[in-house]
Ligand binder design. Structure first.
Ligand SMILES: Cc1ncc(COP(=O)(O)O)c(C=O)c1O
Length: 415
């Protein structure tokens, strides 16, 4: 069959006339397919899904009740555009109370987002001209970089490795890249490594950005999900507001991934530019959802409860993996455990399997052990395991963890 003329019309940024023809299967699709195949081969078995990147529970009942109440108000029905003051004020207060960032002006330095992903897709339009570089950490959440490329920008990857505490080496950026660099995108607590930043690192980032005239975009999607100490905001670093913005989201901190609501805060000029592009992109999140999210940001104790659950599960998972031979270290936050992938597995009966990368390990774990994980091969072969697995209650949670241990008990991993 000949191509529809539509095939000839696609923009080069998505592959032009070859759009959809590469046959390449992306990582998350491969994982989905492997999971489906494992389920088909073992229809009665339990797949333990440690690959999920979102909370396993609903938003708290009080938040659902708030949405119900707000959804009934006629004044909330229309286009929200760039939002009213409710979420802005809650956000400024949240930054002060939870993150110790005083002095954020809710009118001029905060604006809502339809989730951090949406904000990360809008900000490049405000900053990136063809040829401009973005400095992005890898492995990482790629959305800002994908959109920067859509605008003709280029991405320079900064590897996150254990030896550096999973913080990027800013001094490693080549001079010719720096000359054309516009933005540095960071994310702490980090997906997928679970690493946290430090005040010293953020101070270094501010100095680097000032010196190199860069915009800093700090994606704090997991900000308050910390297992020890207080949440650390980039905006708490002296001078941060002069160089960048921070993105917060109700998705992970309040079990609200499907609700699509967060906020961007920081530099006034950047917020204004984000707002101008946003205004030409969406018509704002439903005010009832914004107001329910504002309720959350006014009740950070919700996140404390969620983080306590993840912390408990994380301790359990670390123990199970250590017993299986992994060098697992409990992260300081997020819900991700990031471990070095084994190079081989010796099985009972003398069989030995060699793995060429983390993806091969992940495929083997789902096929042979019905355990789903996410492989990352960008900066060393590693696996990401998430503690947002499905469990009915705390007892069931312990059962799932024991089951992971039992399934790995007959394997001797080699690293
Ligand atoms: C690092 C990071 N940033 C942003 C997002 C998207 O968050 P939101 O639901 O607020 O769009 C995710 C979701 O997985 C993430 O891991």
């Amino acid at each position: 069959m000949s191509d529809s003329y539509i095939q000839q019309l696609f923009a080069d940024r998505i592959g032009g006339r070859n759009y959809g023809k590469s046959g390449a299967i992306y990582k998350f699709e491969k994982i989905k397919r492997a999971k489906r195949a494992a389920l088909a081969a073992h229809p009665d078995a339990e797949i333990i899904d440690l690959g999920v990147g979102e909370p396993d529970e609903m938003a708290f009942p009080e938040v659902v009740a708030k949405l119900y109440q707000e959804a009934r108000l006629p004044e909330n029905r229309g286009y929200a555009d760039n939002g009213d003051s409710v979420l802005k004020e809650a956000a400024a207060w949240y930054l002060e109370r939870v993150c110790g960032v005083a002095g954020i002006n809710p009118e001029t330095e905060v604006l809502h987002s339809i989730g951090s992903k949406a904000a990360l897709s809008i900000l490049p339009a405000a900053l990136i001209n063809p040829g401009d570089y973005v400095l992005m950490t890898t492995p990482g959440y790629p959305v800002f970089g994908a959109h920067a490329r859509y605008y003709g920008g280029k991405v320079h990857n900064l590897p996150l490795v254990e030896a550096n505490g999973f913080l990027p080496d800013l001094a490693s950026v080549p001079a010719e890249v720096l000359r054309q660099a516009k933005a540095l995108v960071l994310n702490y607590p980090n997906n997928p490594t679970g690493a946290g930043a430090t005040p010293e690192f953020f101070a270094q980032v501010v100095a680097f950005a000032r010196e190199r005239r860069l915009v800093v975009v700090h994606d704090a999607a997991y900000a308050a999900l910390v297992f020890e100490g207080k949440p650390l905001s980039f905006l708490a670093a002296p001078g941060a507001k002069e160089v960048g913005v921070e993105l917060h989201s109700a998705s992970k901190s309040f079990n609200m991934t499907g609700w699509r609501c967060g906020f961007v805060a920081g530099n006034e000029l950047l917020i204004r530019a984000y707002g101008d592009v946003k205004d030409n992109t969406d018509s704002g999140q439903f005010l009832a959802i914004q107001h329910a999210a504002a309720h959350c940001f006014d009740h950070p104790e919700i996140t404390v409860q969620i983080a306590a659950k993840y912390s408990r599960r994380m301790s359990g998972l670390v123990e199970v993996l250590k017993k299986a031979g992994f060098s697992a270290v409990k992260p300081k936050g997020s819900f991700y455990l990031y471990v070095r992938a084994p190079k081989a597995a010796a099985l009972e009966g003398g069989r030995r399997i060699e793995f060429k990368n983390a993806e091969a390990v992940s495929q083997w774990l789902i096929t042979a052990k019905l355990i789903s994980t996410v492989p990352w091969d960008e900066a060393g072969a590693c696996l990401r395991l998430s503690v947002t697995f499905v469990a009915k209650d705390e007892r069931d949670e312990q059962r799932v963890l024991r089951e992971v241990g039992a399934r790995l008990a007959d394997v001797k991993f080699e690293f």
